[in-house]
Design a protein around this ligand. Structure first.
Ligand code: HPA
Length: 288
C-alpha cells in the first residue's frame, strides 16, 4: 500500500511528502534527470524511443494523486531522450480533478529533488489570437494565472525556494531562443504568445473568451501554469509549448470536444516530437 495523497499545508509535511516520494524513486535508481518533460493530452507518443532506465506508475509514488483523464497516462519515466537524461511525467494532475495546486505540482517538485534543472512543458490550448488556428504551435512567452489557485499558497517550502517568487521572466529567454532556432531549422511555424490558464473542466463560454482576450491572452488552457510557477519557485528554467487544437469558444462556428482536442494534438505529435528532440539535442550540447 502506498500512502494516500495528503493536502498538507505545513512546510514540514509538504517537504516530508516530497522526500518520501523522492526516497521511493531513489530506492530503485540513482538516475539524475537534467530535463523534465510534462506532456499534454495525446502527446504521450513523443517519448517513443526513449531509453528508459526506470518507470514508476504515478499511483505507486507516495503522496501522488491518481490521474483520471482520458488521453493522460500517469507514469514517471526516467531515461535518455534526445541525448539528454530526462524525467518524463506522462499524464499530469489538473486542478479540475479536484487536487489542490500544491498537490498538482508534486511531480514537478519531485523532479527537482531528483536533480532536474529544466522544465519543458507542453499543453493543448484554444487559440484566441487570430493567427492561432488548429494545428499551430505557440511558444509561451508569459502567462495569466486565472485559475484562482497558486501552488505556492500556504507556508513556504523554504528548502525549495523563496516566499516571494519573482515571475518577471518566468519562461526562460535562452530556452525560447533555442526553440525559435529549432523551429526555423525544421521549417515549423512557431507562433509566440501569452497562455491563460483557467481551472476548467468545462471549456470557456464565448463571453469568457472575450474577457480573456481583453486581458491580453493569446491562447487558453487548463494546465501548465501551476507547474511553471512551482518550477520558477525552485529555480528551474522553463520552456512552454502549446499545441493549438481549436479556436477558443465563440471564435469559430463549431463546438468544442475533448476528442477533437486529442485528435488535433495527435496529428501534430510528429512535429512537436521533432521540435522537442531538436531542443533536447541543443541542450545536450550546451550542458555536456
Ligand atoms: N480551452 C481550454 N482548454 C483547452 C482548449 C480550450 O479551448 N483547447 C484545448 N484545451
Amino acid at each position: 500500500m502506498t500512502a494516500a495523497p495528503t493536502d498538507s499545508t505545513s512546510t514540514t509535511s509538504e517537504m516530508s511528502c516530497l522526500l518520501e516520494a523522492r526516497d521511493h524513486v531513489r530506492s530503485r535508481t540513482s538516475f539524475t534527470p537534467k530535463v523534465t518533460l510534462f506532456l499534454g493530452s495525446g502527446l504521450g507518443s513523443i517519448i517513443e524511443g526513449m531509453e528508459t532506465e526506470a518507470e514508476f506508475p504515478s499511483a505507486e509514488i507516495p503522496h501522488f494523486p491518481r490521474c483520471t483523464v482520458q488521453g493522460h497516462d500517469g507514469r514517471l519515466l526516467l531515461g535518455r531522450l534526445g541525448g539528454v537524461d530526462c524525467a518524463v511525467q506522462s499524464g499530469r494532475f489538473h486542478l479540475y480533478e479536484g487536487h489542490p495546486a500544491r498537490v498538482c505540482v508534486r511531480p514537478l517538485r519531485l523532479s527537482r529533488l531528483l536533480g532536474s534543472e529544466i522544465l519543458l512543458v507542453t499543453n493543448a490550448a484554444g487559440g484566441i489570437h487570430q493567427d492561432l488556428n488548429p494545428g499551430t504551435l505557440m511558444l509561451l512567452t508569459d502567462h495569466l494565472n486565472l485559475t484562482g489557485q497558486n501552488p505556492l499558497t500556504g507556508e513556504n517550502v523554504d528548502e525549495l525556494g523563496p516566499r516571494f517568487s519573482d515571475m518577471t521572466q518566468a519562461y526562460d529567454l535562452r530556452l525560447q531562443e533555442i526553440a525559435r532556432n529549432q523551429a526555423k531549422n525544421q521549417s515549423v511555424v512557431l507562433r509566440e504568445g501569452i497562455y491563460a490558464a483557467l481551472p476548467g473542466p468545462c471549456y470557456e463560454t464565448p463571453a469568457e473568451v472575450r474577457m480573456i482576450q481583453t486581458l491580453g491572452a493569446d491562447a487558453v488552457g487548463m494546465s501548465t501554469v501551476p507547474e511553471a510557477i512551482a518550477a520558477v519557485h525552485c529555480g528551474m528554467r522553463v520552456l512552454g509549448l502549446s499545441c493549438i487544437t481549436n479556436r477558443a469558444a465563440g471564435l469559430s462556428s463549431g463546438t468544442l470536444s475533448h476528442e477533437e482536442v486529442v485528435e488535433v494534438t495527435r496529428k501534430a505529435t510528429e512535429t512537436i516530437r521533432n521540435l522537442m528532440l531538436g531542443i533536447l539535442g541543443d541542450l545536450a550540447e550546451s550542458t555536456s
